[in-house]
Design a binder for this molecule. Structure first.
Ligand code: FNR
Length: 368
């Protein structure tokens, strides 16, 4: 009794379908967030405290959603962000996202912890597609160097170093469903990986908690890809990154609420950050992206109004893939395209460049 794809009218509909069709362990891994999931909830509710200031009598016959992210011209102002373990949702895993992204001219960020091999995901892309690479930094820097240089050699156009995960967050839904041993009391499998703490903990033991600002010159020395920090959560760190010659951009993100609970939403942080960067003359130094809780075209427009270069979307595409494979992801992207076009028209903007803070009322933003 799964609804047909044409009965999915928005991105939330895919979540309901996924919950119904996915294995409990897989659902637990995708949907969970840390502790009481307050940040997860806040990621949605922050967008709901922002109101538009629509303009009338603007010629909106033709709407263009084209925009540039990190020098790449892209068809819409969002990208598929990195999410681990794609095969929990679909037997073919991340390449499903690659193919759907190609159909819509959307950029994909490849995760270090993909289920498919890196090569499979790169091979699945067409020549005109752009892929970025998300890096979890291995304690063994020789391994890290190999991974990064291989990504560059295979054509990845940017390096996103995840900086919000020196330890993976405690996601109780994921732990309760005991990934790898549903219903069993087995704590360790044959491979010696302790899965009793859920999927997230099982796969993350190699990540280096010693990673620090001091490592950034080294990254600059091993790659010429733009370097971005994914998971910046505080204005002071944004300013520091802006002054660091090794950083080209960042993603304001709380990892979809999966790391520190009570970390702020990216959109609220963006509203705080942009005026500070401007006041210090640093606003052109970095390309700033946001992710977390983006579910509607209007959410994307709000982020673009506040100065983001683009937004990342995670779970909705995983859910669409889990429910309907590539067709589902394509439909999710089409729904966003339709919502973006309508939103722009009703807001009185024909191009992405016309979006700006003058179109937003942020007065309610600080009221939690
Ligand atoms: C993630 N995210 C993530 N981030 C990262 O840097 N490396 C990773 O391996 C993963 N893996 C991952 C798995 C799953 C199942 C989820 C839901 C998320 C975080 C991701 O890149 C992004 O920050 C959030 O998903 C954005 O929030 P939404 O769009 O899911 O609300």
């Amino acid at each position: 009794n799964k609804p047909s794809l044409s009965q999915c009218y928005n991105l939330m509909d895919f979540e309901a379908v996924a919950k119904g069709v996915m294995k409990k362990t897989a659902w637990g891994y995708y949907s969970s967030a840390s502790d009481d999931e307050i940040t997860l909830r806040e990621n949605r509710s922050a967008y709901q405290r922002l109101w538009f200031r629509p303009r009338i009598l603007v010629d909106v016959t033709n709407i263009s959603l084209n925009t540039k992210m990190l020098s790449t011209l892209t068809s819409m102002p969002f990208y598929v962000t990195a999410t681990a373990l794609g095969k929990l949702g679909h037997p073919e895993g991340e390449v499903v996202l690659t193919r759907a992204a190609n159909m819509h001219g959307v950029i994909q960020m490849i995760p270090t912890l993909a289920s498919c091999s890196f090569g499979e995901i790169v091979d699945a892309a067409t020549d005109k597609q752009t892929q970025w690479f998300q890096l979890y930094v291995n304690k063994d820097r020789e391994v890290t160097k190999k991974i990064v240089q291989h990504a560059e050699k295979r054509g990845c156009k940017a390096l996103f170093i995840t900086v919000d995960a020196p330890q993976l967050g405690r996601r109780e839904k994921d732990m309760r469903s005991k990934f790898g041993g549903e219903g069993s009391s087995v704590q360790k499998d044959d491979d010696g990986v302790d899965r009793s703490q859920g999927a997230a903990r099982a796969i993350s033991s190699f990540i280096d908690p010693g990673l620090s600002w001091k490592d950034l010159p080294w990254f600059r020395s091993i790659t010429s890809m733009p370097i971005l920090l994914k998971g910046v959560q505080c204005v002071e760190d944004v300013v520091r990154a802006a002054k660091d010659p090794n950083v080209d951009g960042l993603v304001l993100s709380n990892h979809g609420g999966r790391q520190l609970d009570f970390a702020p939403s990216a959109i609220e942080l963006l509203a705080e950050v942009m005026p500070v960067l401007k006041a210090q003359g640093l606003e052109r130094k970095l390309e700033i992206f946001v992710d977390g809780g983006v579910r509607r075209g209007t959410d994307i427009l709000k982020a673009m109004c506040l100065g983001a270069k683009g937004v990342g979307i995670g779970r909705p595409f995983l859910y669409a893939m889990s429910g309907y494979g590539q067709d589902g992801v394509e439909r999710a992207m089409q729904l966003l395209r339709d919502e973006l076009e309508m939103g722009m028209r009703l807001l009185g903007c024909a191009t992405i460049e016309e979006l700006g803070p003058h179109l937003l009322d942020t007065r309610s933003l600080g009221q939690h």
